[in-house]
Design a protein around this ligand. Structure first.
Ligand SMILES: C[S@@+](CC[C@H](N)C(=O)[O-])C[C@H]1O[C@@H](n2cnc3c(N)ncnc32)[C@H](O)[C@@H]1O
Length: 495
């Protein structure tokens, strides 16, 4: 453990490998859509050829998936943990991906690397987990390598939402430092220590109910996840203004959230809150005040390098094709929670759109001509597509031309990922040639997809792979997969 061995706080948890994770908010198509949707114009179009670098890419699953789905674009991943880079390179090589490169280096040493100027620089789960010095190195890289009109994606733990959790984290770190044993045993001890403090009546928990709720939630989470999330030496939540102020000298201005739902104020803020915010014209102040109403733990900000100008993106957006996986029967599963409660698409608008989109991606203009959407206006259709996208049920689609070439690439990557799922349960996403992004898949779904790709009967395939460890009704599970799940995956070009 490169961490707190003598009561001194240093380092990053490096003894527990990070998990493979696909992050939708790292998708360049989604960045483009989020910014364009708010009436601004990024300097790149994700359907063309872009240059994209992710700092702190971990095992690079998001990059690998985006590289497979965007053949004309160039991707770079940077991380200082050799196992991360080695695993990512192995997968890229096995999948024959030549448009993604992984660089093993620390942010400090990045200055000596010759990286061409980038359309997009992205960091997910990094900014809050490194120290000030490293944030300085990251800023230097962005300053040197982000093109004018380029986009920065930066996520970070957010204040005031996490203010009560700061104290809880400190208690847990105290418990972690007192404990002996492996990192995972120390995480366990840290949780027990916080629990004991609460049981002993520490006033902190009474004064900060959210800290207690968080402790209850933490007890249910994977210890590996918790080791990375809370027990690095660095864990720094920020107010939006602090981040915006650090980026302003680089000519970066806040454009939008990559979590599209956060951009739709009507789904996040009461009328009174919206009235209050209407009195504030300064963008930074407004975003900061929004955080007092919405209380996010985590912000997923997109910044534009240059001065943002409002343009009429209506025609562009109305001709943008979207893809959906869900059938109309799945409408009740399309939901997310905001500070206003559970958000769902309006059935009367969403059902005809989902019906029309079963045969493939469509733009708002194309949907208007579809008989299933008869009588619906362009605004109603587009607003529904936007809400479906915000709830994770629709994604901007890549152009129809190039689909076959993309599918050959994503099929190859997916087969490599599914083969890895035979070894352990660590990868839970694969690539769609339709959206150019990732799709969540469970382990058993990956087994079934791999058996199909190899033209083998699933039960026999699983018996050959796992022998006697395979139990239960595989034929029945497979039949249910084919009936209930495969059509959605097929709509996204998978399987
Ligand atoms: C919390 S993980 C996030 C990984 C990935 N972006 C994700 O969201 O799944 C942070 C990543 O940043 C990398 N990292 C942390 N400090 C670094 C540094 N100084 N130089 C290079 N990489 C670093 C870690 O190795 C780790 O993979």
């Amino acid at each position: 453990v490169n961490h707190q061995t003598s009561g001194k706080r240093t380092g990053y948890v490096t003894d527990i490998p990070y998990t493979f994770r696909y992050q939708r908010e790292l998708s360049p198509s989604l960045h483009w859509f989020a910014i364009t949707g708010l009436g601004y114009q990024p300097g790149f179009h994700p359907l063309g050829s872009i240059t994209y670098t992710e700092l702190g890419c971990g095992y690079g699953l998001s990059l690998l998936i985006h590289a497979a789905g965007h053949p004309d674009s160039q991707f770079i991943g940077v991380d200082f943990i050799p196992e991360h880079i080695a695993a990512a390179r192995r997968i890229a090589k096995a999948a024959g991906l030549t448009n993604v490169e992984f660089i093993e280096t620390s942010f400090a040493d990045l200055k000596s690397r010759n990286v061409p100027r980038q359309d997009v620089i992205a960091l997910h789960g990094v900014w809050s987990w490194v120290d000030n010095e490293n944030r300085g190195h990251i800023l230097n890289f962005i300053d040197r390598c982000l093109k004018p009109s380029g986009v920065l994606y930066l996520s970070y733990n957010t204040l005031p939402g996490l203010a009560p959790v700061m104290g809880l984290r400190e208690i847990m770190v105290t418990g972690f430092n007192r404990a002996q044993g492996t990192t995972l045993e120390k995480v366990e001890a840290a949780i027990r220590f916080a629990e004991d403090m609460r049981a002993a009546g520490a006033g902190f928990f009474a004064a900060n109910p959210r800290a207690g709720q968080m402790l209850d939630r933490i007890k249910t989470l994977s210890r590996v996840y918790l080791a990375h999330e809370y027990f690095n030496a660095d864990w720094w939540p920020f107010y939006h203004a602090q981040v915006a102020d650090a980026l302003r000298p680089l000519g970066l201005n806040y454009a939008a959230s990559a979590h599209v739902l956060d951009n739709i104020e009507g789904l996040n803020l009461s009328a009174t809150a919206q009235d209050r915010l209407a009195q504030t014209t300064d963008r930074t102040e407004r975003e900061g005040l929004k955080d007092y109403f919405m209380l996010p733990d985590f912000r997923r900000d997109l910044y534009f390098r240059g001065t943002l100008q409002q343009v009429d993106n209506g025609p562009l957006l109305h001709s943008l094709r979207f893809a959906v996986a869900d059938s109309p029967a799945a409408i009740d599963s399309i939901t997310l929670t905001t500070s206003l409660g559970q958000i769902r698409p309006r059935r009367a608008s969403a059902l005809p759109i989902l019906t029309a989109m079963q045969s493939g991606p469509a733009s708002a203009i194309e949907l208007m001509r579809n008989p299933a959407c008869a009588g619906m206006g362009i605004d109603e259709i587009f607003d529904t597509l936007l809400v479906l996208c915000a709830l994770g049920a629709a994604d901007p689609a890549m152009p129809a031309h190039g689909q076959a070439a993309r599918k050959a690439r994503t099929d190859k990557l997916n087969e490599v990922l599914w083969e890895l799922s035979l070894q352990d349960d660590s990868i839970h996403a694969c690539a769609s040639p339709v959206t150019g992004g990732g799709v969540g898949v469970e382990r058993v779904e990956q087994f079934f997809l791999l058996a199909r790709a190899r033209g083998q009967e699933p039960a026999a395939f699983l018996k050959a792979a796992f022998g006697g460890a395979v139990q239960g009704d595989i034929a029945g599970d497979y039949a249910r997969f084919v009936a209930n799940r495969l059509p959605a995956l097929n709509r996204l070009g998978i399987g």
